[in-house]
Design a protein around this ligand. Structure first.
Ligand code: TRP
Length: 369
C-alpha cells in the first residue's frame, strides 16, 4: 500500500492489485468494439469498473445514459488530466448527456482554495482544455458546486439530496473510507454523492444509467454514494456505474502531481519546454551504456517515454515497432525520447491553437442551466 491513499491525497507507490481486491472493483474484460476505438480502452488504461454492463447495454440498445464526472479546479491541466477529458468526449460522441461538476466547494473545504480562485482556474485551465480536446456545448450540463442552477426547483433538488443523504451515512463509514475526516470533507463527500446521483432526480433526467469515470483514488466516494443511495428509500436510483483508470506516471516515475512541475507536461507548456522536460526528467528503461543496451535491449514497461507514447501514438503497428525495437536494443533511449518529443510537439502545437479557438466559444459552455 502507498504511504497515503485517500481521495484527497496519494503518496508513494500504488499497488493496483491490492486496491482492486481491497475495494472490490471488477477488472474490465471484453468490451464491445466501439470502445476499442478509444486508445484508453483499447490499451487498458481503463482497467476496472463497477456495473459497466448497464452502460454497454444502453449503448447497444441506443438508450439514453449519462456520463457524470467532476474536476478539482486546482493546479495546472496536465496530460494526466486528459484521461477523463478524453472519456467525456468519447461518451458525448456516443450520445451520452454529460454532467460535469466544478468541485469548487470541495476545493474550498478540502484544499483551502477560494471560490473566486476556483472559478478562474476552472475556466482557464480545465474548461478551455476540455473544449480544445473536443467537448461540445450540446448535451452538456456543466456547473459549479457553489452555483448549481438558475432554476430554483433544480438547485433545491441538488442541495436537498446532499442533505437527505447525510442520514444514511455513518460516522464509522466515513472514518473507514476517508481516514482523517473534517466536517468540510464530510460535506464534500456528501456533495459529491449528490453530484453523482442527482442526474436521476425527477427535476433532471429521472432514473437513468450513469457512468462516473474516475481515478481509483476516488472509489471511496463511489462506494459511499452507492451505499447511501441504496438505503435512501425516498428516491429510486439505478445503481451507479463507474470506471477506473491508471494514474499517468510522472516524468520521473511515481504519480504525476500538479504540485511538482518537473513531474508533468502541462497542455499549455511550450513545446520546447516539454521537450526539455522529457530529455531531462523522463525515466528511462534503457541500459547504462550503449553497448549494454545494444546487447540486452531496454525495458519499455518501465520506460516513461514509452508509457507516454502508448497514450499519444494511436497507430498500433507504429507503437509495436517502437516497443520491439527498443526491447531488442535497436532503438536507444535518446532515440525513443526523440520519437515522443516529435509526437508531443505536434500535439501541443495543434492543441494550443485549439485553446485559442476555445476562448471564443467558452461563454456558451458557462451558461448556468
Ligand atoms: N473529488 C473529485 C476530485 O478530487 C472531484 C469531483 C467532485 C467528482 N464531484 C465529482 C468526481 C463527481 C467525480 C464525480 O477530482
Amino acid at each position: 500500500m502507498p504511504d497515503v491513499f485517500n481521495p484527497w491525497e496519494v503518496k508513494g507507490d500504488i499497488d493496483y492489485d491490492k486496491l482492486i481486491k481491497g475495494f472490490g472493483v471488477e477488472l474490465i474484460k471484453d468490451l464491445p468494439d466501439v470502445f476499442n476505438e478509444e486508445v484508453l480502452f483499447r490499451r487498458k488504461f481503463i482497467f476496472a469498473h463497477r456495473g459497466i454492463g448497464r452502460i454497454i447495454n444502453a449503448i447497444h440498445y441506443k438508450k439514453p445514459f449519462v456520463m457524470m464526472t467532476g474536476l478539482m479546479p486546482t493546479g495546472k491541466f496536465h496530460i494526466g488530466h486528459m484521461m477523463v477529458a478524453k472519456q467525456m468526449v468519447f461518451y458525448q460522441n456516443l450520445g451520452a448527456k454529460l454532467y460535469i461538476a466544478v468541485a469548487d466547494i470541495e476545493a474550498y473545504n478540502a484544499r483551502g482554495q477560494s471560490l473566486a480562485e476556483s472559478k478562474k482556474n476552472a475556466i482557464e485551465e480545465y474548461i478551455l482544455n476540455y473544449i480544445a480536446l473536443g467537448l461540445k456545448s450540446e448535451n452538456l450540463d456543466l456547473y459549479f458546486q457553489s452555483n448549481r442552477s438558475n432554476h430554483q426547483h433544480k438547485a433545491n433538488a441538488y442541495y436537498r439530496l446532499q442533505n437527505v443523504l447525510a442520514r444514511h451515512a455513518t460516522f464509522n463509514e466515513f472514518k473507514a473510507v476517508y481516514g482523517e475526516i473534517t466536517p468540510g470533507k464530510m460535506l464534500a463527500a456528501l456533495l459529491q454523492a449528490s453530484d453523482m446521483l442527482h442526474p436521476q432526480l425527477k427535476e433532471f433526467e429521472g432514473p437513468i444509467p450513469v457512468i462516473v469515470p474516475v481515478g481509483i483514488d476516488q472509489d471511496p466516494h463511489i462506494r459511499l454514494a452507492r451505499d447511501i443511495a441504496s438505503k435512501c428509500k425516498e428516491f429510486k436510483f439505478m445503481e451507479l456505474c463507474s470506471s477506473y483508470h491508471y494514474f499517468m506516471p510522472g516524468l520521473s516515475g511515481g504519480k504525476m502531481s500538479s504540485s511538482d512541475s518537473t513531474s508533468f507536461i502541462a497542455l499549455t507548456d511550450d513545446p520546447d519546454v516539454a521537450a526539455k522536460k522529457i530529455k531531462k526528467y523522463a525515466f528511462s528503461g534503457g541500459r547504462d551504456t550503449v553497448e549494454e543496451h545494444r546487447k540486452h535491449g531496454g525495458n519499455p514497461d518501465i520506460d516513461v517515454s514509452f508509457q507516454y507514447l502508448r497514450y499519444f501514438e494511436d497507430n498500433d503497428k507504429e507503437l509495436k515497432k517502437v516497443h520491439d525495437d527498443y526491447k531488442a536494443g535497436k532503438l536507444l533511449s535518446g532515440e525513443l525520447k526523440q520519437i515522443l518529443i516529435e509526437k508531443m510537439t505536434k500535439f501541443l502545437e495543434d492543441h494550443q491553437k485549439n485553446i485559442e479557438k476555445a476562448k471564443r466559444v467558452v461563454d456558451r459552455y458557462m451558461e448556468v442551466k
